[in-house]
Every structure is written in C-alpha cells, then in structure tokens.
Design a protein around this ligand. Structure first.
Ligand code: ARG
Length: 574
C-alpha cells in the first residue's frame, strides 16, 4: 500500500536528517483537491527542534526528493507536507490490488480470541425490531474481526431462563390442561408458536397489575430453575417451538451464530460462583438479597451494588451474565468479550464487568466491552411501531422491505435469483442501520433505504451488478493486465480503493462499521463518475480498455469484500 511506503520512506528521511523518525505519520489528505497524502509531523518536530515548521517541512521534502521519485513532496504553509504520487505508482498500486485476494487489507499479526454476545432474544417472543440492531451490528463486527484474522465466536445468548419463562408457563396453564406434564395420563397439549406469541405479551401485561398472577409466575420460575420435572419438560417444549422460529428469522437476515447457548446453559455455574464470591468475603445480604459492592475509588457518582440473588433464590439477570462469563472462561478463555447490547443496559453491564474482575471470574487483562447502540425510530422520532401502534415483528419488517425491493427489481433479476427481493431488502435494512454511527438513534425510512440512487445498500448492490455485468461482457476479467493510469477519474477511484482498505482497521478499533459504509459508498460514487466518463466496451485503444477493466475488477472485488463484512449478500442482477 502506498501509504505504508510513504510512511516508511519519510521516516527514513527524517532519520537521515538526525530527527526522531518514529512518529512520522503520513495520512490520506484532508484536502484531496490539493494532494493525495499529507504529513503533519513538521508541527510536532518544530516544537522538539525549536525551528519553524515550514523549514522542517521544506527540508523533509528536499530529502524525500533526493531519494525517491514515485511521489512529489511539497511543503505548504504553515508547515504541512503534501504528497502527490505519480501515475506510475498508482498503476502499480492497482496491479497489486488485483493480485491480492484481500484487496490490500492485512491480517493482524496478533490474533485475539473474541466472543461476541449479540443476540439476546427472549424465548417465546418472536424477534422484533428491537432485535434488529444487535443482530446487524454484531454480525458485521463478527465478520470484520474474523476478516482481520481474529478468532471469533458469535453467541446468541438466548433469554431462556429468566422470569419471562415463568410468565409464559403461567399463561399456558390458564389456557390448557397441562396435567399431562405432571404425572397424569392425559395427552399433553400441542401449543404452537402463535399461541406463545399471544400468551407472552398478555401474561407480561397482566403481571404488572395482577399480584397473584405475578407471584404464581415467580414461583414457577423458581421451580423451573430447580429443574422440577414437569416444568422442566414443559420448558423444553416451549424452547423447541420458539428456537426454531428464532433461527428461521436470523437466517432470513443472513445472521449466523456459532454458539446457540442460552441463559440456561450456564446455570450450573451460578451456585459455585456465588459460593466462591462469599468465601472471598465479597458478598453480603441486603434486604434479604445477596449483593456485592462494585464501586471504585475514582467513581464520582457511586454505583449501586450488584444484585446477585433474590430472597427466594431465583436467578437474576446479573448472576446469569456472570455465570455465562464463568462458562466462557472455562470453555474459551477469551481475550475479549464484546456485548452488542442496547445502550440502555450500560449500567447493568458495567456492574457485571466490575464484579467479574473483582471476583476473579475473568483475568484482569480480559477486555469486557459493551458496544452500545441507539434505537430504531419511526418518522415521528419515537420507537418504530406498526401502523396499529404495536411492535413490529422482524419477519414482518423483512417481508415489508422485500416487497418494496421487489417492486423496484427488473423481472430478470427475479428469474436469475428468486431470493433477490429478500437480499436487496436486507441490504437496504442493514446498510441503513450500519451507515449511521451506532450510538445514535436512527429513523427507519423504508422509501429512502430502498432507493437505487442515494446512500443506500441498493445503490451499492446496483453498482456491483453493473461492474459484474461489464466484466462478463468484456473478453477479459481484468486480471493479468498492466494498467496505465492517466486520468483524474481513474486516480480518484484508486484513492478511494486505498481508503476503503484502510477503513477496516479503523472500524475494528472503534467498533464502528460506519467507517466501512462511508468508504465503500465513496468508492461506488467515484467508480460511477469514472464509468460515466468513458465507454469501456467500445474503447479501441487496448491499453486504455485494459486499464479500465483492471480498475473495474479491483473495485468489484473490493466492494464485494466490504459488503460481505457488512453482512450484505450480492445479487446477480437488479
Ligand atoms: N435477553 C436480554 C433482554 O431481552 C438481552 C441480553 C443481552 N445480552 C447480555 N449478555 N446481557 O433484555
């Protein structure tokens, strides 16, 4: 990559001038109209060397020019150093892109073992809009980390063991004769997913006002967690019905988990964990509950103690998350655990992280990271709802956007790939989500997301289709060519290709896929400007034509790679 070469060569020049050479950072230019790369190091060196920045920039530029000719170095007031690389160097860069299956993105020399917790759906409830962001952002971060060479496991972390299970079972008890589960010879009722979907919201609403019902649900939760036979079998049936549905929904989104663990999976770790905390003298009773202090001396506002066990012994959200960490530690000993979870759970997770470190569940150096995100809002700025005001199921949302996509697709697109509406719909959905900084709320705007022109997933897929069909029509696939870059449009595309390659590391460091979204969108724009400026297939100058095909191929590969990392599936036609 040119940027690495510039960094290396300019550091060499600084060293030869007797200056500190370790922090000569060359970056892409903030002003692409003036130059392609820039270096701001003269300002820092000026302070250390007690000389004017402009003099430093000038000397560095001269030293560079004496040794290298692939780039022109120009000092610019008050002390920048601007670089413009030659067309020759850009041509070489393009050739390298086409020879590298990773389009210029290096793998990490220090792979980490990472678990990403990014599902968190609760059993007996269909996936809804609230699960969209965790799935979309988490899937993309998982692919990104893996692409950069880390060892990554995605865990769905089903909510299958908490009070919601007691609620569903209490609701089922009112509708059905469940005695078949408790020793009688009566047949067990066959309940469906639709039953569960109806019962859960009703039961959870009722528990808010009906104390007797709430207590009953709590008792059932407790008995289930004690693995009483009848309730446990009933629970298994409920899980079976709903997990297969949850899996179907994730598959529609092309989101895949390596681990289908649930809160129930780690249950056997809870008691030994609490016992070990008690032995270390870390826990105490407060109002009948077991708690631990997680304040740190530097805290300005005291953090409430973490609640580990209620008086009735039932599992709590925090103890489940902690026990899950015990299990993860035992099975994977991860270097990092990422929680792609709604920003509103920040306090809970911070308490869990502190408690896990304090009680030695994970080593001090393990990084526990909350990756928060905002909500999906409707055009009214309030959390996204159906027209009737209910929560929108994820499958309905996908169906709705797939239908909208189908309206825009050509008939040929559907014959070539019957899945095209879903793929284009999900591309719109995912890109619309990922392109904004995850920490912000965003407005779900179907008409805008699905547009073929605009900053959308559809636009990117369309550009890719254009490139693929061009290469299919040309007699060359763009490989094995010695390209010769000569025009501004071509240079612009090459710069965007390099910027895209660099965006992965930045996205990884900040856990922000929107850097990749911006970069791949800029690349598509630059490509389309270039595409509009020439007639590739009818060009008679063979060298020009070959260069254009090579450029198109590199863009196609780089875009496909970026879309894969974003979790977006390409389509053959649109
Ligand atoms: N099931 C939880 C909920 O519905 C979300 C789980 C998030 N992940 C976690 N490890 N706490 O709120």
């Amino acid at each position: 990559m040119l940027i690495n070469q510039l960094n290396q060569d300019l550091s060499l020049c600084a060293g030869q001038l007797g200056w500190p050479a370790d922090r000569i950072a060359v970056t892409y230019s903030d002003r692409p109209d003036l130059c392609q790369f820039q270096c701001n190091a003269p300002f820092r060196l000026a302070k250390e060397l007690h000389r004017p920045p402009m003099a430093i920039a000038t000397e560095l530029a001269e030293a560079f020019a004496r040794k290298f000719n692939y780039a022109a170095a120009a000092p610019a007031a008050p002390g920048f150093l601007n670089f413009t690389v030659t067309d020759n160097a850009l041509s070489r860069q393009l050739k390298e892109f086409n020879e590298d299956s990773r389009c210029g993105v290096e793998k990490t020399p220090a792979p980490r073992r990472i678990i990403i917790d990014y599902g968190g759906p609760n059993i007996a409830k269909p996936l809804h809009v609230g699960h969209l962001r965790s799935a979309v952002i988490g899937e993309s971060l998982k692919r990104l980390a893996r692409f950069l060479g880390h060892q990554v496991y995605g865990d769905v972390h089903l909510g299958d063991w908490g009070t919601q299970m007691g609620l569903v079972i209490a609701g089922l008890e009112e509708r059905y004769d469940l005695s078949g589960y408790f020793g009688s010879s009566l047949p067990r009722p066959r309940f469906t997913l639709d039953d569960l979907n109806e019962i859960y919201p009703q039961a959870s609403a009722r528990a808010k006002t009906d104390e007797a019902f709430r207590e009953k649900a709590q008792e059932i939760t407790c008995r289930l967690q004690n693995r009483e036979k009848g309730y446990y079998t009933l629970w298994q049936d409920v899980c079976e019905v709903s997990v297969s549905d949850i899996q179907k929904d994730y598959r529609k989104l092309d989101v895949e988990f390596d681990l289908w663990y649930g809160e129930s999976t780690c249950d056997r770790y809870v008691d030994p964990m609490l016992q070990s905390m008690a032995e270390k003298g870390l826990t105490y009773e407060s109002d009948g509950a077991l708690v631990m202090d997680v304040n740190q001396p530097e805290d300005e506002k005291p953090m409430p103690p973490i609640l580990l066990r209620k008086s009735n012994g039932a599992r709590l959200y925090a103890s489940t998350d902690l026990a899950t960490l015990c299990q993860r530690q035992e099975e994977f000993a991860p270097d990092e655990v990422w929680y792609v979870v709604d920003a509103r759970q920040a306090l809970h997770l911070e308490q869990v992280f502190r408690c896990a470190k304090k009680s030695g569940i994970v080593p001090k150096e393990t990084r526990l990271i909350h990756i928060p995100f905002g909500t999906v809002n409707g055009k009214d700025g309030k959390p996204f709802k159906t027209r009737e005001g209910g929560t929108m199921k994820l499958k309905d949302l996908i169906a709705m956007i797939s239908e909208a996509a189908e309206q825009l697709l050509s008939p040929g697109a559907l014959t070539q790939d019957p899945q095209a509406p879903r793929k284009v719909g999900c591309a719109a959905l995912k890109f619309g989500d990922l392109v904004c900084n995850r920490i912000k709320n965003y407005i779900f705007d179907l008409e805008k997301f699905i547009q073929f022109d605009g900053k959308t997933g559809s636009y990117l897929l369309y550009t890719l289709v254009r490139i693929r069909s061009l290469l299919a029509k040309a007699e060359s696939d763009g490989t094995g060519i010695d390209p010769v870059i000569t025009t501004q449009e071509e240079r612009d595309v090459l710069m965007k290709l390099q910027l895209l390659a660099t965006s992965y590391q930045q996205a990884y460091e900040e856990k922000l896929p929107n850097y990749i979204c911006e970069a791949v969108y800029d690349l598509a724009n630059a490509y389309n400007v270039f595409y509009g400026s020439c007639r590739i297939l009818s060009e008679e100058n063979q060298q020009k034509k070959n260069t254009w095909l090579a450029l198109s191929r590199a863009v196609g590969e780089a875009m496909e790679q970026a879309l894969f990392v974003l979790g977006i599936e390409p389509v053959p036609a649109m």
